[in-house]
Ligand binder design. Structure first.
Ligand SMILES: Nc1ncnc2c1ncn2[C@@H]1O[C@H](COP(=O)(O)OP(=O)(O)O)[C@@H](O)[C@H]1O
Ligand SMILES: [Mg+2]
Length: 360
């Protein structure tokens, strides 16, 4: 997959932009706050119809603009397509080759991207919710239909929690409603957990192998999904019923994928408490490389890598590994950095500067 042109208008602080990226390494250098991450975010939105920086997509609209218009020309299997996303305060429109796509879920799949951002490097020791988001981004990249499932689950979960709060405040009719939501929630919860587990089954062995390659194989890395959920909707309904007293007390749903854990281990020890900072970062690096390889194997061509200022956070050895890996793998990369010298790539490279929202 090759992005041969990017056009942006009304996106965050970016000046209207028309860019023809090279087929391999595209390096965007600039000081902090100039718009580098905004540029990667825009490309990510074109692929995923959502942002990795905010859940409110309208934030992407540049101040003083009524809408953001994002476009990418993509060549894949000798076929050229133009993907376009128009973001307005209350809606987004997805367009392929000038035709609006509905339902919006049919838009997905044409652009495959993997994002690697500095925040990811803290994920092993971070909060469980950050790990779930990290995991979900990978699941979504692998299987675009997952987004619909995850969003449907979130919606029913929010409704169920609202009813729990209502009952706690004396709403007697709420209990019947709770039964309805339990029936709706159960299959969605099972679908979310199943998709996550399937992803880990595919990705886990690759993470272990890449981690061994990065570190020389002293310790064995593994990733596991921990859940208390039964994997059968009827059993989940029973679980929800059994937990209802507890849920009412806490005014929220205590069992489900929104409470599950993504666990990183080294030789069986939880990495969050056991691993050094260097090891936790190597784990995330291994995950991201594994993700690139999985998507390449699944789709038959290399996904676009969006590498956001990661070099400044990695030590020299890991940086060298990353760039040596990227040099021998095919595929296109957008790399941002505060210092182009951090990007240890010599060949097939185009350097641009980002300053005050202008890319030159
Ligand atoms: N909706 C918006 N409209 C205009 N400017 C924005 C918007 N959202 C963020 N910005 C500006 O974008 C800049 C940050 O850009 P960013 O891409 O994060 O910088 P960096 O080059 O450090 O990655 C900040 O100056 C911020 O004020
Ligand atoms: Mg940035």
């Amino acid at each position: 997959m090759l992005v041969t042109a990017v056009q942006l208008h009304g996106v965050r602080n970016l000046a209207p932009l028309q860019l023809e990226p090279g087929p391999r390494f595209n390096v965007f250098a600039g000081d902090n706050g100039q718009g580098k991450t905004n540029l990667l975010e825009a490309v990510y939105v074109l692929a995923a119809l959502r942002s990795f920086r905010t859940s409110a997509l309208a934030e992407v609209i540049g101040h003083g603009h009524e809408r953001a218009v994002l476009k990418a020309r993509v060549v894949r299997s000798e076929l050229e397509r133009v993907y376009q996303v128009v973001i307005e305060p209350q809606r987004k429109t997805a367009i392929v080759d000038d035709k609006p796509v509905r339902p919006i879920a049919r838009y997905f799949g044409g652009m495959n991207v993997v994002l690697f951002a500095p925040e990811d490097l803290a994920v092993v020791r971070g909060a469980p919710a950050e790990r779930r988001r990290f995991l979900d981004r990978t699941v979504f990249g692998r299987r675009s239909s997952y987004l619909t499932t995850a969003q449907a689950f979130d919606k029913v979960l929010r409704s169920r929690n609202a009813v729990l709060r209502g009952i706690a405040e004396g709403d007697r009719g709420g209990r019947d409603l709770l039964d309805v939501y339990d029936q709706q929630l159960a299959p969605l919860a099972v679908a979310v957990v199943t998709a996550r587990q399937e992803l880990l089954a595919e990705l886990g062995p690759r993470v272990a192998a890449v981690y061994a390659a990065i570190t020389g194989g002293a310790l064995t890395a593994a990733v596991a999904y921990e859940t208390k959920l039964a994997l059968d909707p009827a059993a989940v309904v029973a679980q929800l019923a059994a937990d209802r007293g507890k849920d009412l007390g806490r005014r929220s749903t205590t069992t489900g994928p929104h409470r599950d854990e993504l666990l990183f281990t080294l030789d069986g020890h939880p990495a969050a408490s056991f691993a050094s900072q260097g090891q936790t970062r190597a784990l995330v690096l291994a995950w991201k490389i594994a993700e690139l390889e999985l998507l390449a194997a699944t789709h038959g061509d290399a996904p676009l890598l969006l590498l956001d200022d990661v070099s400044s956070e990695l030590d020299d050895t890991r940086n060298e590994f990353l760039f040596a890996y990227l040099s021998q793998r095919p595929g296109q990369c957008f790399i941002t950095t505060t210092d182009p010298r951090h990007v240890r790539i010599a060949a097939d490279r185009i350097d641009r500067r980002v300053a005050g929202g202008a890319v030159t």
